[in-house]
Design a protein around this ligand. Structure first.
Ligand code: SAM
Length: 247
């Protein structure tokens, strides 16, 4: 997969993506990440990329010429996605969609944002990391790149590892534990060491449902509520019906 990133801080994007999962994905040729310096598209002795807003107001706006210049020269893979708080909030389903593409690109804003002519005439879509304001699009781009690249088959090593995660079935993930079985008097639920795989699967499903209902009821609504089978499972759990199925 080829991903191009347009930013005034290419070193920042590059530094993060040379280690850990992205670093390995680049080294193993799953990811061809190209960082472009928007400043290289700027003209004039000061190579200025920003200017004051027409109509007045606080801060500076990124000028259109450097961005058009660098993007047109790079001819990057599309869609070209602008990171902005005014975009559609990015979700796991968007990561899944992008992970099936051969490539795409990110445009990172800075200052008070980007000249609207770039948004209207160069960018294909607008995406937000969440309902908060960052100082630049780089962290958002890196977060999205990581969310996408880890879904490319082979990148995580264990192909199973993204299957059961939060959001994969419209639910948050169940609690996970590892050794030691007892730590400072805190124990691991018996069911997880019972060796009874059916009970473990049921327990995990119940926990996923309970955690999602408590923390993200919007996700339950979005998936159309809970099924009859899930309701039965929750009741069985609440009634302590099976010895092995309990915490
Ligand atoms: N004035 C803009 C506004 O009110 O929407 C905010 C500009 S912000 C200080 C500078 C840049 O950070 C944006 O152009 C965008 O690229 C990036 N950014 C900030 N918050 C973001 C978010 N929630 N998601 C994605 N990018 C964000």
């Amino acid at each position: 997969m080829r991903i191009d990133v347009f930013t005034i801080f290419p070193a920042l994007v590059d530094a993060y993506s040379t280690v850990s999962l992205l670093g390995r994905a680049r080294k193993n040729k799953f990811l061809d990440l190209r960082c472009h310096d928007i400043r290289s598209g700027a003209v004039g002795i000061h190579r200025s990329v920003d200017d004051a807003p027409f109509g007045g107001g606080a801060g500076m706006i990124m000028k259109p010429e450097p961005i058009f210049g660098v993007v047109e020269r790079a001819d990057p893979p599309r869609p070209l996605i602008l990171l902005t708080p005014s975009g559609k909030r990015f979700e796991q389903s968007d990561a899944e969609e992008l992970s099936r593409l051969e490539g795409f690109s990110f445009l990172c804003g800075r200052y008070e944002g980007i000249d609207q002519r770039v948004v209207d005439n160069l960018v294909d879509r607008r995406v937000s990391l969440g309902d908060f304001v960052l100082s630049g699009g780089e962290i958002a781009a890196l977060a999205l790149i990581e969310a996408v690249v880890r879904l490319i088959p082979g990148v995580m090593g264990n192909e199973e590892s993204s299957v059961d995660e939060s959001f994969s079935g419209g639910l948050l993930e169940y609690p996970q534990y590892t050794r030691p079985r007892e730590f400072k008097g805190y124990t691991v639920p018996d069911v997880l060491v019972s060796g009874d795989h059916e009970s473990i699967a049921r327990w995990r499903k119940v926990k996923s449902l309970l955690i999602t209902m408590e923390i993200r009821p919007d996700l339950i609504i979005e998936r159309g509520g809970i099924t009859e089978e899930e309701a039965t499972l929750l009741k069985e759990y609440a009634d302590g019906e099976y010895e092995n199925f309990k915490d």
